[in-house]
Design a protein around this ligand. Structure first.
Ligand code: MSP
Length: 523
């Protein structure tokens, strides 16, 4: 069985509200998966929800609901959200799933058996808001903790700890030896800095049941439940383990002996910058300690702001993806996110920026090129694709060279997580094709009867460029790409990237009437 290219997103807190940041991460992962499928690889896309912990327990209590009922209700909102983003995900994990509980339990048991844990008494500060212990290092010079921690209380309690120190050296060496493990480079350097700068503190992996009931019990000490982060990270393995992935067979989770899949190790975990340490330090250590292979890459994106400010409920500046999608269409939204923000840097949403890209790049760029090209084919050749003809015209060869170069460059960038760069490359082809129309002026040739053959050559090339573009944009704006294929009268979907430079349009093929893809409109 061939291993599938396995891409995951972080799992969102079920009690949060879906916003721009969540949408961005999911769309980025979606594009990566679609690219792989387009390249003929098998790919698997997992997203889902993080449902345990104190905040969920408290929110459920406030609403007078059992935590499970509360999560069941909210999970519907998130599933709908994933659908409205057009995600091609293959599964949707919830940390309250049975397959997940069993995987967490199996990993805890393995680590416990190998003496990676110990029980100890802790005295010190605790932030309920962040569900984390704090040390004096987290205090400011005035003795106060950052407001991000909310109310900080002092407490004394027993807990279970994971001996991380044993793992620091190999992890450091591993990340040094594997430059692609953390992408982009500046995030990798951050992790290296952290591992070089001092001894890793042991990780508290439990919470006493007296304080927190809503979690997965520690199998070897039922007075405790598992700390949310230990629980949440395991989701990436729970799905393959439940599906009978042979690499995770040692965990003994597969419920259906006839099912099998090959997903693990994950190829890319897409996450935001705030949760880098959990993914690039704790998660690899947990896996290695359990004798399991590490993921191939942690891909870290930046955070979106709105008009240069952090999005927050209190400022009231949260960008709601659904409102934007309802107004402008899903593809305009997907395009803007990927085009505006390169993976790694922080981004800034402005309504003006969104509108400018919509009109310049979608309506006047892609939309106009497709519309002009197909409209001319209708007008001058009744929508029938003419014969290409072998031309030695310089404009033709320039455009052809450019097409080959863009296809190769876009594929290469897509594969190296440079999604924004891939779009820049694709849009340079749109620009080149629009210039080609201006230079060759088919609308003038159409009036000259002795230029019929030259006009055929030009119309053929334009129509075929439209087809190439549909294939290249499919991973990012699949609905638009599919509409272009419909307008081209092509059966099937623009899914096969190898067809971009192959399987070209044949003479005599009838295309349909063009319709505007991105109608021009006011902001
Ligand atoms: N539940 C944890 C993740 C566990 S993964 C094993 C969590 N959830 S979250 O809902 O707070 O965040 C989910 C993802 O959204 C994270 O990768 C986070 O970085 C990302 N974003 C949240 N706000 C964001 C922006 N404003 N901009 C971009 N991404 C942001 O953390």
């Amino acid at each position: 069985m061939n291993k599938s290219f396995y891409v995951t997103t972080a799992i969102d807190y079920v009690n949060g509200e879906p916003h721009l940041g969540h949408a961005y991460e999911k769309i980025v992962a979606d594009v990566m998966v679609r690219v792989r499928r387009g390249l003929g690889e098998q790919a698997f896309y997992l997203t889902g929800l993080d449902e345990h912990g104190q905040k969920v327990q408290q929110a459920a209590e406030t609403e007078g609901l059992e935590p499970q009922a509360y999560c069941d209700r909210l999970s519907q909102v998130w599933r709908r959200f994933a659908q409205s983003l057009g995600l091609a995900n293959d599964d949707f994990i919830r940390t309250t799933d049975e397959r997940h509980r069993r995987t967490v339990t199996a990993i805890l048991n393995r680590l416990h058996a190998e003496d990676h844990f110990y029980r100890d008494t802790y005295r010190g500060y605790y932030s309920t808001k962040q569900e984390t212990f704090l040390t004096e290092r987290d205090q400011g010079p005035d003795g106060k903790f950052d407001p991000i921690y909310g109310e900080v209380t002092e407490l004394e309690e027993d807990n279970w700890y994971f001996r991380l120190g044993r793992h620091q050296q190999w992890l450091l060496e591993y990340i040094e030896a594997n430059p692609d493990f953390v992408y982009p480079d500046f995030r990798r350097n951050e992790v290296l800095g952290l591992l070089r700068s001092g001894k890793l503190e042991d990780l508290c992996i439990s919470r006493p049941r007296t304080r927190l009931k809503w979690g997965i019990p520690l199998p070897f000490d039922p007075e405790f439940v598992t700390y949310v982060w230990f629980d949440a990270l395991v989701n990436y393995a729970s799905v393959p383990a439940g599906k009978g992935d042979p690499t995770l067979e040692v965990l003994g989770i597969s419920e259906d002996p006839s099912s099998s899949c090959s997903l693990w190790p994950a190829d890319i975990h897409v996450i935001g910058k705030d949760i880098l340490k959990f993914h690039a330090v704790y998660w690899p250590i947990m896996l290695r300690a359990a004798g399991l292979p590490l993921p191939r890459q942690i891909c870290v994106h930046g955070w979106w702001q709105k008009d240069g400010e952090k999005m927050s409920k209190s400022i009231g500046n949260i960008v709601d993806p659904i409102t934007v999608i309802d107004k402008w269409g899903l593809d305009a939204f997907r395009f803007y996110l990927v085009r505006e923000l390169d993976i790694g840097a922080d981004g800034n949403w402005t309504d003006q920026g969104f509108y400018s890209r919509y009109s310049a790049e979608l309506a006047n760029g892609l939309g106009n090129l497709v519309n002009r090209s197909l409209a001319m084919l209708q007008r001058y050749r009744q929508g029938v694709v003419p014969t290409a003809g072998k031309s030695d015209n310089e404009d033709d060869s320039t455009l052809e060279t450019k097409t080959v170069q863009v296809v190769e460059e876009a594929i290469d960038r897509f594969k190296r997580n440079r999604l924004q760069g891939a779009l820049q490359s694709i849009w340079s082809l749109i620009e080149a094709a629009n210039k080609y129309i201006d230079r060759t002026a088919p609308f003038k040739l159409a009036k000259q009867s002795d230029q019929a053959q030259r006009l055929d050559e030009i119309l053929y090339r334009l129509t075929d460029i439209v087809r190439v573009l549909a294939i290249l944009i499919w991973p990012i704006i699949p609905a638009t790409a599919e509409r272009i294929f419909e307008q081209l009268g092509k059966g099937g979907k623009p899914l096969v990237i190898a067809d971009a430079l192959d399987n070209r349009l044949s003479a005599g093929h009838q295309v349909n009437k063009p319709e505007p893809l991105f109608p021009r409109r006011d902001p």
